[in-house]
Design a protein around this ligand. Structure first.
Ligand code: OAD
Length: 249
């Protein structure tokens, strides 16, 4: 990729910024070989979310849903964080960095980022639907059929948020805090249409953050972003980090 010329206003905001929020979606992991949900090769073009990513589907056919998640876990296990995930770690040298991700692939943590909220859960965790005991992916890695809880015999499901479910835990309120505190909110590789997650960049904007979108194409957010940079996040984020490094030393 050629060297990008960044907007002057953006460079000024970056120089002054203390706190950055990266609100990320499937696109940031595309260069690691993990399929996105929408778009040309998106998962939801080929598969029906109502048959795979909701609780009723799981109760109707738990083995099939389990098998689909085991397949996706295998892809994630075999993938590696890319230059986009790694650049976000590098920003920690100069800024307070928060991540609020819609991804369930654990790649931000594997890259080494420290402050991450997973809005849609994580496929490396599982829990019993009855007694809520947690089981990690490594413990259940070789289970071909849906496993049962060793304490109460309940079905074990992946700890991801399915269609029709509420977000669990503190991921959303904590992400809202990040949004209210950040000086710049980078919206990276997301179609920004799935709510409530998509409120996060809107909250950041309402609280005065500068909104920078990084995507290969325009999205729902483009009209309200302060700056949209079109291209692959694995190529753009390292260039933004280089700019930040020159501004901060
Ligand atoms: P989508 O698949 O909706 O959007 C992926 C975005 O990434 C698109 O806007 C692409 O243009 C962009 N993109 C693709 N490759 C890229 C690259 N190399 N660099 C930068 N951008 C790139 O994925 P999400 O927005 O994450 O929810 O989807 C949101 C939620 O919908 C997911 O978390 C999932 C899904 O249903 C649940 O499972 C609850």
């Amino acid at each position: 990729m050629e060297k990008l010329e960044f907007k002057k206003e953006f460079a000024e905001r970056l120089k002054k910024a203390d706190t950055l929020l990266f609100f990320t979606g499937a696109g940031i992991s595309a260069e690691s070989g993990i399929a996105t949900f929408r778009g040309k090769d998106g998962l939801w073009n080929k598969l029906k979310p109502e048959e795979l990513a909701n609780f009723n589907a799981f109760m109707k056919n738990p083995d099939m849903v389990w098998e689909w998640y085991q397949y996706r876990r295998q892809i994630v296990d075999e993938s590696k964080p890319n230059n986009g995930h790694k650049a976000i770690v590098d920003f920690e040298k100069f800024f307070k960095v928060y991540i609020s991700t819609q991804n369930v692939d654990n790649l931000h943590a594997r890259a080494g980022s420290t402050k991450i909220e997973e809005l849609h859960g994580s496929i490396v965790r599982n829990f019993c639907i009855d007694c809520k005991t947690f089981y990690n992916h490594q413990e259940l890695k070789f289970e071909k059929k849906v496993p049962h809880c060793e304490k109460c015999n309940g079905l074990i499901r992946p700890d991801v948020v399915w269609f029709g479910e509420n977000l669990r835990g503190d991921a959303f309120p904590n992400s809202e805090k990040f949004a209210k505190e950040c000086d710049i909110c980078f919206v990276v590789g997301t179609s920004a249409i799935v709510y409530p997650a998509a409120y996060i960049p809107q909250t950041a904007k309402n609280y005065g953050a500068y909104i920078v979108e990084i995507n290969i194409e325009p999205t729902e957010l483009t009209y309200s972003a302060d700056y949209s940079i079109f291209g692959k996040s694995g190529e753009i984020l390292p260039q933004i980090f280089n700019l930040a490094a020159t501004l901060k030393i």
